[in-house]
Design a protein around this ligand. Structure first.
Ligand SMILES: [Zn+2]
Ligand SMILES: [Zn+2]
Length: 782
């Protein structure tokens, strides 16, 4: 049973009235656009002939009397042996599309098996319940992941015919131990890849090769299983699924499930009055005074408090874990001020929480004790929570696909719901709330991954070689770049070539982390008690857990005493100072090679490899109430080296002078253009600005010209810079428009300031950035 089914009925006001009530609070109307997404009637299809009565009866017990047309179509294709991806909206019933063919096959052939992959353990556990509840004889579904007790593992390998796991377990456990799994793999009929749009960037590229390794082992045991993939709505899902699996895949994209109507508002927090602007919470120092908007976090917290006070069951999506804590805390405070005790009906929910804490929050929501949740996108993958009355999206979630997935949580069947996108003070968000056609009219973006990344391919081929010697036929399976990667492994002494193939030479297996070079998550431990509070991913740990950092957990504030990178843990103690902390880093970059370039007269556009060296060197303490900088303190953290892919453009000094950019303003012009360009890249590729980095300089030693670099923040690149290079004219046009259309005078976080600038947003020149981009666009072929 889904949580939605048990939500107490509390209809609340109709969405249009609710929206009117919310926007009436502000002096200036914060709503820039309202889109009505109409309700849709469902289109059922008959059960396929091959679906046994027993299976239909089991689904009927769950309340499914007939499949929707898209479910039936995907199931038909899969049952007939075609690899298929079903890419439809949230709550469109994608699980039936793979459960139907897989379970029908398992019932018809008592030996057949199915392997199900989810990106998270929570989702696999959710799906296990869903399959187990069908109570089908002889299927014996079971989760097999890091939490599975040793004693149960052998039983599962021998007896379960529907094994649910994740790519990490497939990579670390199942494939290396394939001999123990030979009975299962020999009978494998289906591989289900759920939420396959989450396999993007470096992680996606790794998973692509894990799936190739799985196909290779199946082939050795004489099987060619059918792949059934499920994806959120995404651009060209068939191509993404083909890149992921290396197989031809048919896409089913027409959603035939019923949907309640949604009133979708775009919301821009107001500019603060000038007197307040100097004391705003989000103000980076070092820049000229600029109008600053009310922060999206505060705005969302107020909206959440208002909807909860109206009795409307609301989910607020906040991009960062820290942000979710802040929104929940502020909403609680506001509600308690209105009615003491009412604040208890709001909580924060995020991935870093321990399992028990998350369960407790889910239960509280089930009981109806909670009316409002502020969550990171952990919920996207965690629980089957749909049918809310309102969804608040604090900041564009990075992709239209995620936006629709989050908005899709709103709307119980037959009821209208409200969705609100609250813009952050950020170039992309600002662009989107003023260009609704880019939100509602554009197709969702394609999922970007790059299996040919040598930093992924080499380690994955090493893993494959341990599982079984590599043969020339395998090179074709692993695709572009595989031969070069094998040669490099031979040269490095890791592989030895023999007449029968390439053999792994070492005793130990290679250590390969699918989640990229960023490494294992860092544990946050309370010094006094040894209690594990949660985890932070390795890549963010230098920024969030440096000594002295203020770390929030479930509304409680902690200060970091020490960060032990060798042991992967940070020691903290509870403390609530009245400042927040903001880490700073310094970066340098050198060009290694040029892969491709466009010679456009005074302008050059390049794609190539670069080496980036960066170090978190200090942090600022800022008063929470006023944003005032208290001090800047040095840090002693190691540098991080990154060989990656970058896109960069150069301009001749003459062209800049002709456009009216004074030599003294060139650094500020390029720096401002760089910030905005990074902010707008997510419009073109499924990344966010934290996945990419930038550097600009009036003369770079490698290009000998004024240059702006934008690079992938992952070793070997993740495909983002490549995508930027391929769409450069459109990308830089949107960048130019975003800057030019911003209402500020000298630059603000909505256009050219960046929250992650290592130079304190100094120097920046907004008008000169527009001149720089005009020169580039005038010369670059579109
Ligand atoms: Zn601005
Ligand atoms: Zn900067």
């Amino acid at each position: 049973m889904t949580i939605a089914a048990t939500l107490a009925a509390s209809p609340g006001p109709p969405p249009a009235d609710l929206l009117a009530r919310l926007r009436a609070r502000a002096d200036a109307d914060p709503v820039t656009h309202v889109e009505r997404v109409p309700a849709r009637a469902g289109e059922p299809a008959p059960w396929p002939d091959w679906a046994a009565d027993e299976l239909r009866a089991a689904f009927a017990r769950r309340g499914v009397t007939a499949p929707w047309r898209h479910q039936a179509e995907a199931a038909r294709l899969a049952y007939a042996g075609s690899h298929v991806v079903v890419a439809t909206g949230t709550a469109s019933g994608k699980s039936l599309a793979y459960q139907l063919p897989a379970l029908a096959t398992l019932l018809a052939d008592p030996r057949a098996t199915t392997l199900y992959l989810a990106p998270t353990k929570a989702l696999a556990a959710d799906q296990l319940r869903s399959v187990a509840d069908l109570e089908l004889e002889g299927v014996r579904p079971a989760c097999y992941d890091g939490d599975t007790p040793r004693a149960e593992r052998e039983w599962i390998r021998r007896h379960s015919r529907f094994v649910l796991t994740n790519p990490d377990m497939l990579h670390h456990g199942i494939l290396p131990g394939h001999a123990q799994w030979s009975g299962f793999l020999r009978r494998l009929a289906y591989v289900v890849v759920d939420e396959c749009h989450t396999y993007r960037g470096v992680f996606g590229s790794h998973v692509a090769h894990v799936l190739r390794r799985l196909r290779r082992q199946c082939a050795r045991y004489g099987r060619t299983p059918v792949f059934v993939l499920a994806s959120a709505t995404s651009g060209d899902p068939a191509a993404a699924a083909e890149r992921l699996t290396g197989l031809p895949v048919t896409a089913v994209t027409e959603d035939a499930s019923p949907r309640g109507g949604v009133t979708f508002a775009l919301w821009e927090p107001p500019l603060l009055p000038a007197a307040d602007a100097s004391s705003a919470d989000a103000r980076p120092d070092g820049a000229d005074l600029a109008p600053v908007r009310r922060s999206a976090l505060r705005e969302t917290a107020d909206l959440l408090a208002d909807t909860v006070a109206t009795g409307v069951r609301t989910l607020a999506f906040v991009r960062s874990r820290r942000g979710a804590e802040v929104v929940a805390a502020n909403a609680r405070r506001a509600l308690d001020e209105a009615v003491p005790g009412l604040g208890d009906r709001v909580a924060a929910y995020r991935a870093g929480y321990l399992r028990e804490e998350r369960r407790e929050l889910e239960r509280a929501l089930l009981r109806g004790d909670l009316l409002g949740l502020a969550s990171t996108n952990a919920l996207e993958l965690g629980v089957d929570l749909v049918g809310l009355d309102a969804v608040l999206i604090c900041g564009y979630p990075g992709t239209r696909a995620s936006l629709w997935q989050q908005a899709g949580r709103a709307g119980r069947s037959g009821q209208e719901a409200l969705a609100v996108l609250v813009a952050r003070d950020d170039p992309l968000d600002t662009y989107l709330v003023h260009h609704p056609e880019a939100v509602f009219g554009a197709p969702v973006e394609a999922t970007v991954l790059d299996p040919a990344n040598p930093y992924v391919l080499g380690p994955q081929l090493a893993c494959a070689a341990v599982e079984a010697p590599l043969t020339p036929a395998d090179l074709e399976l692993f695709g572009e770049g595989a031969k070069e990667a094998v040669d490099a492994l031979v040269e490095a002494g890791a592989l030895r070539q023999r007449p029968t193939g390439w053999y792994w030479r070492h005793r130990e297996r290679p250590e390969v982390d699918l989640r990229g070079e960023d490494g294992a998550p860092v544990c946050v431990v309370e010094s006094a008690t040894g209690r594990l509070l949660g985890t932070v991913d390795g890549g963010s740990s230098h920024f969030l857990l440096h000594p002295g950092a203020v770390y929030l957990h479930q509304g409680v504030s902690y200060v970091v005493d020490a960060l032990d990178l060798a042991d992967g843990c940070a020691l903290v103690h509870p403390e609530e100072p009245d400042w927040s902390t903001h880490a700073r880093d310094v970066t340098s970059l050198s060009v290694v090679s040029v892969r491709s370039y466009v010679d456009a007269g005074p302008v050059g556009l390049f794609l190539g490899e670069v080496d980036v060296t960066s170090q978190v060197v200090s942090y600022q303490r800022r008063r929470i109430a006023t944003g005032e900088v208290i001090d800047t303190r040095p840090l002693d953290l190691p540098t991080r080296e990154l060989r990656t892919v970058a896109v960069w453009f150069t301009l001749s000094p003459e062209s800049l002078a002709a456009a009216g950019v004074e030599p003294a303003d060139v650094p500020g012009a390029l720096h401002a253009a760089e910030h905005a360009a990074i902010g707008l890249l997510p419009l073109m590729a499924t990344c966010d600005r934290w996945d990419i980095g930038g550097l600009s300089t009036a003369v770079h030693p490698d290009t000998e010209a004024p240059t702006v670099f934008v690079y992938d923040g992952h070793p070997g690149g993740a495909g983002f810079a490549e995508r930027a290079y391929g769409t450069a004219a459109a990308w830089l046009r949107a960048t130019r428009d975003a800057i030019a259309e911003c209402g500020c005078e000298t630059g603000c976080p909505s256009c050219v300031q960046s929250p992650k600038c290592g130079n304190g947003n100094n120097p920046l020149s907004k008008p000169d950035a527009i001149r720089v981009l005009d020169v580039v666009l005038a010369n670059l072929p579109s």
